[in-house]
Design a protein. Sequence first.
Length: 429
Amino acid sequence: MLDIKFVKENPELVKENIKKKFKDSKLPLVDEAISLYDEKKAANSRADELRANRNKLSKQIGALMGQGKKEEAEDTKKLVNAQAAELKELEVKENELETKLKEVMMKIPNIVDPSVPVGKSDEDNVEVTKYGEQTVPDFEIPYHTDIMAHFNGIDKEAAGRVAGEGFYYLMGDIARLHSAVTAYARDFMIDKGFTYCIPPFMIRSRVVTGVMSFEEMDAMMYKIEGEDLYLIGTSEHSMIGKFIDTMTPEENLPMTLTSYSPCFRKEKGAHGIEERGIYRIHQFEKQEMIVICKPEESMEWFNKMWNYSVELFRSMDIPVRTLECCTGDLADLKVKSYDIEAWSPKQGKYFEVCSCSNLGDAQARRLGIRVKGEDGNKYFAHTLNNTVVAPPRMLIAFLENNLEFDGEKYRVRIPEALRPYMGGKEIIE
RNA sequence: GGAGAGGUGUCCGAGCGGUUUAAGGAGCUGGUCUUGAAAACCAGUGAUGCGAGAGCACCGUGAGUUCGAAUCUCACCCUCUCCGCCA
């Protein structure tokens, strides 16, 4: 969400940005927002006048009553009543305009960073760097759930009966591997100076509507029946919710947090649930990182954050590449975003495992996440988020890249970094 | 889940329908005094948002009553104490 004053002063710049994102249908929103703002200001101005007058008269009534001049007081009441209807109407209008303006402002995309490549869709995303060899072994790699099944590590059939499609039981060493990855990723981030946090796994509708649009909510969020509670789709929801309508002293910045949570998603619409695999499911676990920092430091943090992801995956011997989202593929709130993709020797291509985003001050403005500078200046913070690791999905990459086959037996090699979390085990067989 | 108490400015805390433009402290800033500090005294300082400004809004949140609400009514949220239940 942009600052309406900025939009008013730079309408052409905002429109150029919309064109760069190939969202031309949003162009009229700019003028609409400006005229709503002007209207709102006018209504507000007039209402303030009426309210000032009412306050003044009310005070007089008080004084008159005190002096026992009842009749004069009654006359003054009539004066107030005479303008009551207009004021009431204006107050309704103020509210309506405010709501409408906010709605429009939320649809106007954030200004993208000049470094972001221009493009229409995800097909125009640009590969930045590859890390590690894209090895394809000389034996046929089974489908990831088949690898798991080979080690008695998964039961989707029972999960189907118990919870339905889109759930799984992880079993034995594979389940342990899953936990090991989470724990390792947690400690990895703690070593980078992040504060570990376990947030609420359910949030109120107020927070939900703050962090996503109605459409997104409908497509993702599970609601608890009879209560104003939703299961989180990612810990980012409850983590960023922690800071809604807060004022943080500048000296507390940057706030760097890494949170663990299960994530619940309906996955309604576009892609749906993948039937066989565990690539897209209703429930998974995720270690996340978020940073709240000063505006001038957000790009530096952006670069640090995606680098952490690369480093983490490389430490588990998984080849990755970074992919920069082009203007057209960038969500409205984002200034710049990299996907980290892991190499899949089975499919012979990369697939998304992390998404690192710099949201500038757009999210902070929308949610009232403010900072008080040492000189007393108040401003909106910059917010960033990135996946550390989402184990079910990363297990796919992990198993495919660390699988060995000697002609008879499959084995999974455990990279050194993970061994302490697997009770010293070097091999799963 | 039940009963009770309570949520007021940076903090403590008064106010329970009309000079409250929120008392009084504490804190903070400046000063007097002092070799310096402490103490004392004097003065200043009261969140935040909107507005060019006069001003408007804001006393947990939202609605309502009223000419006028921190103060009354209703709903909700949160905190504390006790009871119940429970990993």
